[in-house]
Design a protein around this ligand. Sequence first.
Ligand code: FE2
Length: 235
Amino acid sequence: MERRDFLRLSAGAGAMALLHLAGFGCSRSRSGGEGPLKLPPLPYPMDGLEPHLSRRALELHYGRHHRGYVEQANRLIAGTPYAKLTLEQIIRKTHTKGACDQEPLYDQAAQAYNHTFYWSSMQPRGGGQPGGALLELLSAAFGSYEGFHEAFRSAAAGRFGSGWIWLVLANGRLELMALGNAGSPLVHGRLPLLVCDVWEHAYYPDYQNRRADYAAAWLDHLVSWRFAEHNLGEA
Ligand code: FE2
């Protein structure tokens, strides 16, 4: 498989360039098992997000959970027409609108995509307030950066069970989407800019049941506005 095909499968078109810049690439040694879908390398060292997310947490989250989703998706597409599609195409084709239970392939493919997006939504020494167009859009949608901060933490704390907090662009305006399980803005016609994983496995090793503290640390110390700016530029 050529490098560009791997990146397309791994990340989706909107995130391609920055994932490339961040070091995402084709690595057989870190692949998600046999199959066309690959587990991209982390865009920073395993301890690169300490002290806010520990090496141990990332070893479990990336090394077991993310890897597991990629491997399961590869098993489910083996020998089917889905094996020739991108991850994004698989997500769009297998999503069942309005259904509580999604197809198993949707769940695994969306989780693989969401986790790749999540790793790039963070960076060492990230966090804080963005500038430029992003700050203007945040202020227009939430009143101020502080208003966004409060809305994000509220969405993270209020998402019952497992899910994802997405910052998305819809009709030129920023929105927060608190989607359950393997929720994806791709099937809602939204452009994803950032995502925070609020599955318990994302924060339990470091924060136990304190999801609100994790969400605050995520915004204050980890979020990559550079990644969001890149995705906004794709709009
Ligand atoms: Fe996760």
